[in-house]
Ligand binder design. Structure first.
Ligand SMILES: Nc1ncnc2c1ncn2[C@@H]1O[C@H](COP(=O)(O)OP(=O)(O)OP(=O)(O)O)[C@@H](O)[C@H]1O
Ligand SMILES: [Mg+2]
Length: 292
């Protein structure tokens, strides 16, 4: 559990260090960021994909670990469903998208990607761990982990076994948004993983004809909820028919630029790591340096 210092400030939590999985000889991953939600279907995979695409556009070396074993959607979004995972020595080589993002997903290992994965939770969790231990990721500046929905077995495995630097919480603007965000925030806090911010997806409708913004769900509550939780709002993404069509055609790398500031998310995660190191060394903050 978090100690008292900074326990009420999610970004200043001192993390306990349970035994995390080691990186293998074929991997040099500098940073790991999870994308999660307390609920399914809110656009986690989309946000994960967009973060990866934007980070890549900024010149970073990017990977995506698709931890949604029973509902993998990353390969389709990047149009790489027909690629198959190969071996480099004893390790697996990830697939590579057209802009150079490395992807590991169970769907890239199935004979028929349309077949369901019918495994017990422990097997699914084991598979996610192997995507870390048995894959030659090479040099990666940031690895985004697309989590399955909810707060169950697999998110738990991801938090406990991967060196997650921080999580991005995704939500949609509906009645239960507060509860959904709270669940995800609480899980992250329980696991001593900082929450880097929240993304409200399907925030408003972008008219396909004139581009006008229509608040179909009424006034968004996300800023109030984020304030309540001490979180920053990273982005409010529209329901966009053009984007939906691009994703469906496997062209997420063509989605318009600037929907989400991935560079800031990566920098924030690095800042948290520095704070952690200082807190771990006994240093105490009198002010929050990220506000300077
Ligand atoms: N802002 C958006 N505009 C248009 N379509 C969207 C938007 N966000 C998501 N979608 C579409 O909604 C569907 C669900 O999104 P996505 O797969 O990202 O959700 P998810 O939270 O990852 O779902 P799951 O919980 O099943 O993993 C996808 O077909 C996606 O293309
Ligand atoms: Mg998903």
């Amino acid at each position: 559990m978090a100690d008292q210092q900074g326990a009420d400030q999610p970004n200043m939590v001192k993390r306990a260090q349970p035994a995390k999985l080691e990186q293998n000889a074929g991997s040099n991953i500098k940073q790991v960021i999870g994308i999660m939600s307390g609920k399914g279907g809110v656009g986690k995979s989309l946000v994960c994909g967009l973060l990866a695409v934007e980070a890549r556009r900024k010149g970073l070396k990017v990977g995506i670990l698709d931890a949604d074993i029973t509902g993998p959607s990353i390969p389709h979004m990047f149009g790489i469903d027909t690629q198959r995972i190969t071996m480099i020595g004893k390790l697996l080589a990830p697939a590579i998208t057209s802009t150079g993002i490395k992807v590991m997903s169970i769907n890239l290992m199935m004979n028929n990607p349309n077949d369901p994965v019918i495994w017990r939770g422990s097997m699914i969790a084991g598979c996610v761990s192997q995507f870390w231990t048995d894959v030659a990721w090479g040099d990666i500046d940031v690895l985004f982990v697309d989590m399955p929905p909810g707060t169950g077995d697999v998110p738990l495995t991801v938090f406990q076994s991967l060196p997650i630097e921080g999580v991005v919480i995704v939500t949609s603007p509906q009645d239960l948004v507060s509860m959904i965000v709270n669940k995800a925030v609480k899980m992250a806090k329980e696991m001593d993983v900082p929450v880097l911010g929240v993304v409200e997806n399907m925030s408003y409708l972008k008219c396909p004809h004139c581009g006008e913004r229509v608040d179909i769900f009424g006034k968004s509550q996300i800023h109030d909820i984020a304030k309540e939780q001490g979180l920053q709002v990273l982005a409010q993404l529209p329901i966009d028919a053009t984007m939906a069509a691009q994703i469906d055609r496997g062209r997420v790398e063509d989605v318009e630029e600037g929907l989400i500031d991935a560079e800031k998310v990566v920098q924030d995660a690095a800042t948290v790591r520095v704070k952690d190191a200082l807190i771990g060394s006994g240093f105490t903050f009198t002010t929050d340096p990220s506000q300077a």
